[in-house]
Design a protein around this ligand. Structure first.
Ligand SMILES: C[S@@+](CC[C@H](N)C(=O)[O-])C[C@H]1O[C@@H](n2cnc3c(N)ncnc32)[C@H](O)[C@@H]1O
Length: 206
């Protein structure tokens, strides 16, 4: 990894993901997490303040980037919740089958190179009856916005650590064998439409 990936990108991602509109989405879904939680692509820990600590046993923070893990120190120091780091990507979740009560994934599915394998891994570790909670940006429903998402993504992902603007998030989740039980979608306020179409909800293993 180079200087850009280790230092510049974590700084940019931390600032972007900490923006107020993203925090508003987190507030609506993160408190639903309970038990043994796996956060996929935990980044700098922006979800930590939104957990209901009385319902969470601990959080496995799966995060392959050392720069992002470094950036998480402040959020970890301010939460009573125990964070257990897993320094691997979502395609290689090093946990037992059925060992997780909640998988939480926020603004990460846009970035995972092999998203199918990663979602399979999330299914594998999630216990029957457990839930996947997600808040992700992705493909917009308006053809005029989607056209620009498709045009810009090849350049955007080079600077954005692999982030795709145009992934159809709910379709990917359903294609991986999850049953979406709650889905809310909207353009995020104060955010350019190409990066701001939010998919937020809950899914279970179907
Ligand atoms: C835009 S950030 C979101 C961070 C955090 N989830 C949040 O909501 O603030 C995307 C994160 O996914 C991580 N990531 C990149 N490739 C990944 C992979 N293959 N599996 C899991 N996470 C990955 C990045 O290092 C980064 O921390």
């Amino acid at each position: 990894m180079g200087f850009y990936e280790d230092y510049c990108l974590p700084y940019i991602v931390d600032k972007a993901c900490g923006a107020a509109p993203a925090q508003e989405h987190r507030r609506k879904i993160v408190p639903m997490a309970e038990g043994r939680v796996l956060e996929v692509g935990m980044g700098s820990g922006h979800n930590l303040p939104f957990y209901d600590a009385s319902k969470v046993d601990f959080v496995w923070g799966l995060e392959p980037s050392i720069g992002m893990r470094r950036r998480a120190k402040k959020n970890i120091s301010q939460t009573p919740i125990e964070v257990r780091w897993l320094d691997l990507p979502g395609e290689q979740i090093p946990l037992e089958d059925n060992s997780v009560d909640t998988v939480l994934m926020t603004y990460t599915l846009c970035t995972i190179p092999d998203w199918q394998l990663a979602l399979q891994q999330m299914r594998r570790v999630l216990r029957p009856g457990g839930k996947l909670i997600f808040s992700e940006h992705g493909a917009a429903p308006d053809a005029s916005v989607l056209k620009w998402q498709n045009r810009i993504t090849p350049y955007w992902k080079i600077l954005g650590g692999g982030c795709h603007l145009n992934r159809p998030i709910s379709q990917y989740i359903e294609d991986a064998g999850f049953n979406i039980t709650l889905l809310e979608t909207e353009y995020t306020r104060s955010t350019p439409k190409i990066a701001g179409f939010n998919y937020r909800g809950l899914a279970k293993i179907s």
